[in-house]
Write a protein that binds this ligand. Structure first.
Ligand SMILES: [Fe+2]
Ligand SMILES: [Fe+2]
Length: 264
């Protein structure tokens, strides 16, 4: 196993700070799952790979910002679709709707970051094109659907969101110092405020999903082993998804390095 640059221990204090309480059942599930399946994004080689891309691929950081905007925009519509299928779970409905709106706002914030951090790195019209490609969440699109999500499936989705948000926050922590340091001095204060607001939101996304998982166990008296198995299964999937996502970059730019990161 690769040496980890971090572990999930900073997740639990973040969750506690936001919720004002511990989530002991969520903690048991998380700790058992990451012990069994360490997230690949916490490997030291993953951080090395980001550094390698940032320092050797022309225009990589500006490109990543606009890619993030696309991902966040698409994610917001996925969350809205999920919200549309939830019934009889107020906390999940409130959380998902706010989450969808947050991610929609993040799409715009990443484009703003792009223009503030790298004002001379894009060809004319690129920023405007990105802005136009973002589909905002309109009031009309906020409507319930007939595809109802069963509650045990909802918990599975909450685990998936929890994992994705932990990875997103980790990515942000890797990238934020680079954006802050590389932006023109006169934009630094605005960039700092945007990065900090993104960090707050992503932390809140981890917290509300953790709380729903925790309360589910408490109220439904579900089997902790079964819940942990689901979390493990999803971690395996997201590890693979993360490696697949890196695969093109590795082939194009890895120059034969990072083989152990992508070996399994
Ligand atoms: Fe986001
Ligand atoms: Fe998020």
């Amino acid at each position: 196993m690769q040496r980890l640059i971090d572990n999930t221990s900073d997740v639990l204090p973040t969750v506690k700070k936001i919720l004002g309480r511990d989530c002991p059942h969520y903690q048991r599930i998380l700790e058992a799952a990451v012990q069994e399946v360490p997230p690949v994004w916490l490997r030291s080689e993953y951080l090395d790979f980001f550094w390698h891309c940032a320092t050797t691929i022309p225009n990589w950081l500006p490109t990543v910002l606009l890619a993030c905007a696309r991902t966040e925009g698409n994610g917001s519509h996925g969350l809205l679709k999920m919200w549309a299928g939830v019934r009889n779970h107020e906390k999940a409905e409130v959380g998902l709707l706010r989450h969808a709106k947050d991610e929609s706002g993040h799409a715009r914030l990443f484009i703003k970051l792009a223009s503030l951090c790298f004002p001379r790195s894009y060809s004319p019209g690129t920023i405007e094109q990105s802005e136009q490609s973002i589909v905002p969440i309109e009031r009309d699109s906020i409507a319930k659907s007939c595809d109802v999500i069963q509650l045990n499936m909802l918990i599975d989705y909450m685990m998936q969101l929890n994992i994705v948000e932990m990875r997103t926050l980790h990515h942000l922590k890797i990238m934020a110092p680079m954006y802050y340091e590389l932006c023109p001095t006169e934009n630094r204060e605005k960039v700092r405020r945007i990065l900090e607001s993104l960090e707050r939101d992503e932390s809140r996304h981890i917290a509300y999903t953790a709380e729903i998982i925790d309360e589910w166990y408490e109220k439904e008296n579900d089997d902790i082993g079964r819940l942990t198995d689901v979390f493990i299964c999803r971690l395996v999937g997201y590890n693979q998804h993360t490696l697949d996502h890196c695969d093109d970059a590795k082939n194009d730019y890895g120059q034969g390095r990072y083989l152990s990161l992508f070996a399994h």
